[in-house]
Design a protein around this ligand. Structure first.
Ligand code: PG9
Length: 607
């Protein structure tokens, strides 16, 4: 949720005609830029550090406020850097609409993030002194999404777009839901962040230290409006009114709008991004289908929601052997941006640049997932909690557990802090949110409602490079259920890096809400006690399970309070469930025979 800063390194000039706000920062000006409907948007222009020359400009548009002046002063090396608050945020006029859907063709007076970007670029191209008329739209997350929107009808000055971790679909895979399962603590905290006040970012004052306790004590989802929001936060109201994949969600989902690569686009994704990993991978994939001129690029690295900025040799406890953020800036995004904004000529960059964790190396592919050099491998759940690549080693059977909504499985080691912290105030202990996906999963050891299946220590390295999915055969005694599947790399007890001995690292994971097994638009009750097949997309990865490591598959039915509790009893709209609707259920995971649960992985072919 922070604006992302990119700079280009070119030659010099001065911004003129824009009112200076402070003598302490003579290179920074603030201006209200008028959109086509008269609404004015608060905009910060950071002038190039060089006194003379011709400069391109970058534009970053988002809802979180302009960056602190001390952070950006002197940082516009060889280009102008421009930041803008979108409508209805801070001093920007107009109304804030969460992920404002793009205008339809028959709405000539309509405004959206595409028209606002166009109008802003137009103004900048006409008013920044000595600009080259070449611009890039850049930004991370929400600002990445506005960059993608700018690309739907780009101003002719826009020569490049860098979207870093833009969401693509808030019902299927990004911040607010995954496969229809609602992201409770995130959705709650984020709605407060941007909709409690229009002139500030807001942080809810929780009256308990552990979010697990707080959200459990909250009880039903209806209590959020009854006790706290009182129908005042539009996005929360939309969560409660749109529990299925209806027009509200589809209108803001980007893939259907991406019918051409109108501007060279660089998509950035972090393998362990807890907010928007689905987004950039989906946007890249959608654009790739139309990329006849090879102007669509992907960079995926060992990052959380933004750690490609700054230093990134480590993420949590995991050591990647080199600073992957430095490599990203020097060898990938920097040259890419320079090419489109300044240099022209040949660009020596592969279509897909991915960091393979475990092997700790950058790999170059023509596209992602790789079309050649891999094969599909299945890892089967077997008896005695084993995993086997050999289906015949898995006689028919099942393993079972009781899922109790009164005692859901925590997604993080407790106590769990609020998702966001106010970084403008001193932070005593940082939230674990950014790195929760790389937390050692041994904190769940001993929970009877988390089942694990394990391979023997691997005899050779296994490179999983590409798509991963779970084919789960499962039944419940209830009439609805959640299925969480995690693919884990279990480090050996005698690992050379002593910090990582026995560590259990999630490599791929997701949740699936069973009511949506046939349709996200029209959910249905789950027939009790009947084994059903669920294909759960675990997305793609590039990871080497090293010789001596074991592969673990874990299944559970809650991930709390990140995801709301499934009542495990069919309720048409879970936002209207009563306390008494939340019931225990016995869950069975089947293996072998006609119900051979397995993980399907694209793996590097060993020649
Ligand atoms: N992941 C955040 C977000 C983007 C768009 C909508 C809602 C949330 C962000 O970091 O901006």
């Amino acid at each position: 949720m922070k604006p992302i800063v990119l700079c280009c390194s070119f030659v010099a000039a001065l911004a003129i005609g824009i009112e200076a706000q402070s003598n302490n920062y003579p290179d920074i000006r603030e201006v209200m830029i008028r959109m086509r409907d008269g609404v004015r948007l608060q905009t910060m222009v950071v002038a190039p550090t060089e006194p003379e020359g011709l400069f391109p400009f970058t534009l970053d548009r988002g809802p979180y406020g302009l960056p602190p002046r001390q952070q950006v002063t002197g940082s516009a090396i060889g280009c102008y850097r421009v930041f803008q608050n979108i409508r209805g945020r801070f001093r920007s006029e107009g109304e804030f609409v969460m992920l404002r859907p793009p205008c339809r063709p028959n709405q000539p007076k309509c405004v959206d993030e595409t028209t606002d970007a166009w109008d802003t670029v137009d103004w900048l191209a006409k008013n920044l002194a000595n600009n080259t008329g070449r611009a890039a739209i850049t930004g991370g997350s929400y600002d990445g999404w506005t960059a993608v929107m700018a690309g739907l009808d780009p101003h002719p000055a826009v020569k490049a777009i860098i979207e870093e971790a833009s969401p693509a679909d808030m019902f299927l895979g990004d911040d607010f839901h995954h496969n229809g399962a609602f992201r409770l603590s995130y959705g709650f905290d984020y709605t407060v962040l941007v909709e409690m006040s229009r002139t500030a970012n807001s942080f809810f004052q929780f009256d308990r230290p552990d979010m697990y306790d707080w959200f459990l004590a909250l009880g039903t989802l209806a209590n959020v409006n009854e006790r706290y929001f009182h129908d005042r936060l539009p996005t929360w109201n939309n969560f409660t009114r749109h529990p299925n994949y209806d027009r509200y969600w589809k209108e803001q989902a980007v893939a259907p709008y991406l019918n051409a690569v109108k501007v060279p686009t660089l998509n950035i994704a972090g393998w362990w991004d807890p907010e928007d990993f689905y987004g950039p991978m989906t946007i890249y994939g959608a654009l790739e289908q139309h990329d006849t001129a090879h102007r669509n690029y992907l960079i995926a690295g060992p990052w959380n929601h933004g750690s490609w900025r700054g230093k990134a040799r480590h993420l949590g406890m995991i050591d990647f052997g080199s600073d992957t953020a430095q490599y990203y800036a020097r060898n990938l995004s920097g040259p890419w941006l320079n090419h489109w904004l300044r240099r022209g000529g040949e660009l020596f960059m592969a279509g897909a640049n991915v960091f393979e964790t475990g092997a700790n190396r950058w790999m170059r592919y023509d596209s992602w997932p790789p079309k050649e050099g891999t094969r599909v491998s299945r890892l089967y759940l077997a008896s005695r909690r084993r995993l086997s690549f050999d289906a015949s080693k898995s006689p028919a059977g099942y393993d079972e557990y009781v899922s109790d909504p009164a005692s859901p499985v925590p997604y993080l080691r407790r106590p769990i802090k609020p998702t966001f912290q106010d970084y403008t105030k001193p932070v005593i202990e940082p939230t674990a949110w950014p790195n929760w996906l790389v937390q050692d999963q041994r904190f769940l050891a001993g929970r009877p409602d988390v089942l694990s299946w394990t391979t023997e220590p691997l005899s050779t390295n296994l490179h999983v490079v590409g798509n991963v999915a779970a084919e789960l055969f499962a039944s419940t005694t209830g009439t609805d259920s959640d299925w969480v599947v995690k693919l884990i790399d279990a480090y050996p007890e005698d690992n050379s890096d002593t910090n990582m001995r026995g560590f259990e690292l999630i490599i791929a994971s997701d949740i699936f809400r069973a009511r949506f097994r046939n349709s996200f638009e029209h959910p249905e009750p789950v027939p009790s006690n009947k084994p059903l097949k669920y294909v759960i997309d675990l997305h793609s990865t590039a990871h080497c399970f090293r010789k001596g490591h074991r592969i673990v598959v874990q299944v559970q039915s809650s991930w709390f309070p990140l995801y709301d509790r499934n009542p495990q009893k069919w309720i048409p709209n879970i936002f209207e469930a009563r306390q008494t609707d939340y019931s225990k259920a016995t869950q069975r995971i089947y293996r072998g025979g006609n119900e051979p649960s397995s993980i399907i992985m694209q793996v590097l072919q060993v020649l």
